[in-house]
Each structure stands twice: as structure tokens, then as C-alpha cells.
Design a protein around this ligand. Structure first.
Ligand code: NAD
Ligand code: UD1
Length: 335
């Protein structure tokens, strides 16, 4: 089966390419290198000892997509390509709507032209409305608090409308919780070399001595240690979830929504302390004020994904912290 992976050189995309190749899928990647580089192709090949086909370009480029569909018989698409920084999306909404929505529409238009009707879409826990009713289930209330969140919510809606217009489509919408970690080889991982947004990239910058300390955004939440709680999931477990989703849409014509998380919430201090322990390195931190827009606690109920598509996680917080740092260490040596 030939799978087109958009944004396949990015953080989650590259780990998913590894799992696809390990499961004997043929992989075709399109990526414009906005947040990635071609060294990742060599590293995916090194890990899997298998080849993939790469097209350099933008998913908004209809002619290039048509060329890809002409040159390869694409059976299904996994669509990762998007911008993902919440704060930046507030400052530059048009850039986010253009990239995240236009690329989805162009992709779906070309897929339709070539009668390719199977797609796995990268959505996010960000589509859920804030609630004290936890864990979050797939049918929990939805609301977007910023343009990035809107692009995910609109993306889901576009796919829903498409499915309602033609039931031959088969669509899996995956709502990721907080991916961290990297492949155990340390060869692929999250690009932390620009301005980071999320917790783990900041911890890694401190570990790498690029920052003097981590600022913890608030320690007066109603949690066991006062710091915010999230559902961190190892990126390799997350990547494997895409194989589960693909297997499911291969054999069914459905639209369905899946939480991909562990179902376990850890606080910021839990993560920092685990990172310090497993990597035997100090992470100085200071308590700062709460970050605008932050919520106290957020975690998933992943049981629907387990029952329906056989998704389960195997890696714990220690693995996540160890493997996150491994990527920084390997890159330090290789650069
Ligand atoms: P990433 O930035 O590492 O990867 C995205 C890749 O897509 C990059 O390689 C980038 O160069 C490429 N890209 C972006 N726009 C493109 C375009 N128009 N044409 C071609 N290539 C393009 O991000 P990631 O963390 O791997 O996220 C993948 C997907 O998962 C995104 O849709 C993101 O919104 C979603 N998501 C991520 C997280 C997270 O915490 N990382 C959480 C929830 C959802
Ligand atoms: C953020 C986004 C969310 C997105 C998710 C995954 C915001 C407001 N929310 O959520 O829309 O879906 O990433 O990409 O940006 N923290 C610190 N210090 C730091 C960084 C983070 O204490 O330097 C804390 C946060 O307050 C939070 C936890 O660490 O309690 C996790 O933060 P983060 O990794 O940004 O993820 P989310 O808050 O879940």
C-alpha cells in the first residue's frame, strides 16, 4: 500500500514514516522544509534500512500534488503538514488559515480527482472546550480559543462535510494530546532549534545550556503540586497510533475521531523531576506567573481508540524524558 505523508519530515511525521516503513508500507513524503530538513530522510533510512520517496514542495501547490498522484498510485494520505505555534497563530492568523486550511482543501481536491478517499488527519486536544469534566472523551464539548485551534476545528468540519457528501470516504481524525520524546536512536526528534512553544523543548534548551533556567508557569493551580497537568504521550506510541488508524480506514468507509493520549496526567514538576532523575542533569527552574490561556488540568480518555482501533501506549514518562534528551545529545555530537 502506498501512503502519501504530508509534512513527513516533521516531528510526528518522521516518527510515523519509521513505523510505516517498519510495517511494510511504501512511503511517499511531501514537505516544504518549513520546520524540518532533508537530513531526516537519511536518518529515517538509517533506522528502518528502507527507502522512501521524497518530494520537496508545498501541499498548497496543486500541480505538484497532481504530479505526485500521477507518478505514484497513492492509496491513502496521512496529513501532518501544518503550522502549529499557538501564540504565532494569534499574531499571524492569515498565515495560519492560509497554510493549514488552504493546504487541506488543495490536498482533498486532488485526492478527489484521483479517487483517493482515505485520509488520516492530525487534529489536536486543542479542539476541546475547557471543562472540569475529565477525562476528555471524543464527544466532549469543542471550542477553539485561537486561530490555530480554529484551523483544527475547521479541518475536522471540512472532512465531516466531505464524508457527508460521499460515504465512500474513509477518514480518521486523530486528536493528539502532548507528544514528547523521540525515537530511541536519537536520530529523529522535535526541532527545538528555533523558538520553542511547549514545555519539553524549553526543558531541552535548558539542558543544552541555551537557556539558564525554565520558567514554570504558575504553581498555584488546584493540582497535587500546584503546577499544570497534561497528558504527555511518547511520540513513538503516537506514531504507532497512525498505523492503527490506517488499518482501520483501509477496511471501513467511516469518519471517526480518536483521542491519542495515555490517559495519565503529569504535572510540570513531575516532568521536570523525572527529566532530572533519568538524565542525571540539573534543570534549574523558577516559578513564574500563569501563562495566558492555560488551563490547570487536561488529560484524555483513550479507551475508545483502544477498543476501536487497538491503540495502546507502552512508554512511560521516564522513557519520554530519556528519549527527548537523547535526540539533543545525538545532534550535539553529529553537528
Ligand atoms: P512539525 O512542524 O514538526 O511538522 C510539520 C511538517 O510539515 C514540517 O516538516 C513542515 O516543514 C511541514 N509543512 C508545514 N506546512 C507545509 C506545507 N504547506 N507544505 C508542505 N509541508 C509543510 O509539527 P508536528 O509536531 O510534527 O505536528 C504535525 C501535525 O500534528 C500538525 O498538523 C500539528 O498541528 C499537529 N499537532 C501537533 C502537536 C504537537 O504538540 N507537536 C499536537 C497536536 C497536533
Ligand atoms: C499548548 C497549546 C495547545 C496545543 C498544545 C500542543 C497554549 C496556550 N496551548 O498546550 O493549544 O494544543 O500546546 O501543541 O499554547 N509550561 C511551563 N513552562 C514552559 C512551557 C510550558 O511551565 O516554558 C507548562 C504549561 O503551563 C503547561 C505545561 O507546561 O502547564 C504544558 O505546556 P505546553 O507544552 O505548552 O502544552 P499545553 O499547555 O498543553
Amino acid at each position: 500500500m502506498n501512503i502519501l505523508v504530508t509534512g513527513g519530515l516533521g516531528y510526528i511525521g518522521s516518527h510515523t514514516c519509521v513505523e510505516l516503513l517498519n510495517s511494510n508500507y511504501n512511503v511517499v513524503v511531501i514537505d516544504n522544509l518549513y520546520n524540518s530538513n532533508t537530513k531526516t530522510i537519511e536518518n529515517i533510512k538509517k533506522i528502518t534500512k528502507k527507502d522512501l520517496k521524497f518530494y520537496l514542495g508545498d501541499v498548497k501547490d496543486k500541480l505538484l500534488l497532481q504530479q505526485i498522484f500521477n507518478e505514484n498510485k497513492i492509496d491513502a494520505v496521512i496529513h501532518f503538514a501544518a503550522y502549529k505555534a499557538v501564540g504565532e497563530s494569534v499574531a499571524k492568523p492569515l498565515m495560519y488559515y492560509d497554510n493549514n486550511i488552504s493546504s487541506l482543501i488543495t490536498l482533498l481536491t486532488v485526492m478527489d480527482e484521483y479517487n483517493c478517499k482515505k485520509i488520516v488527519f492530525s487534529s489536536s486536544a486543542t479542539v476541546y472546550k475547557e471543562t472540569k469534566k475529565l477525562p476528555l472523551k471524543e464527544n466532549s464539548d469543542k471550542f477553539a480559543y485561537n486561530p490555530y485551534g480554529n484551523t483544527k476545528l475547521f479541518g475536522e468540519k471540512i472532512l465531516e462535510d466531505l464524508y457527508n457528501s460521499d460515504n465512500n470516504y474513509s477518514i480518521a481524525i486523530l486528536r493528539y494530546f502532548n507528544p514528547i520524546g523521540s525515537h530511541e536512536s536519537g536520530l529523529i526528534g522535535e526541532n527545538i532549534f528555533d523558538i520553542p512553544n511547549n514545555l519539553m523543548p524549553y526543558i531541552l534548551k535548558v539542558a543544552n545550556k541555551e537557556l539558564d533556567y525554565l520558567t514554570i508557569y504558575g504553581d498555584n493551580y488546584e493540582t497535587h503540586d500546584g503546577t499544570g497537568i497534561r497528558d504527555y504521550i511518547h511520540v513513538v506510541d503516537l506514531a504507532k497510533g497512525h498505523i492503527n488508524a490506517l488499518e482501520y480506514i483501509k477496511d471501513n468507509t467511516v469518519i471517526d475521531y480518536f483521542n491519542l493520549g495515555t490517559g495519565i496526567g503529569y504535572s510540570v514538576l513531575d516532568v521536570v523531576k523525572t527529566f532530572i532523575k533519568v538524565n542525571n542533569i540539573d534543570i534549574p527552574y523558577k516559578i513564574g506567573k500563569r501563562r495566558d490561556g492555560d488551563i490547570a488540568v487536561n488529560y484524555s480518555d483513550p479507551s475508545y481508540a483502544r477498543e476501536k482501533i487497538g491503540f495502546y501506549t507502552t512508554k512511560n514518562l521516564e522513557d519520554m524524558c530519556k528519549d527527548s534528551y537523547k535526540y539533543v545529545l545525538v545532534n550535539k555530537i553529529n553537528n
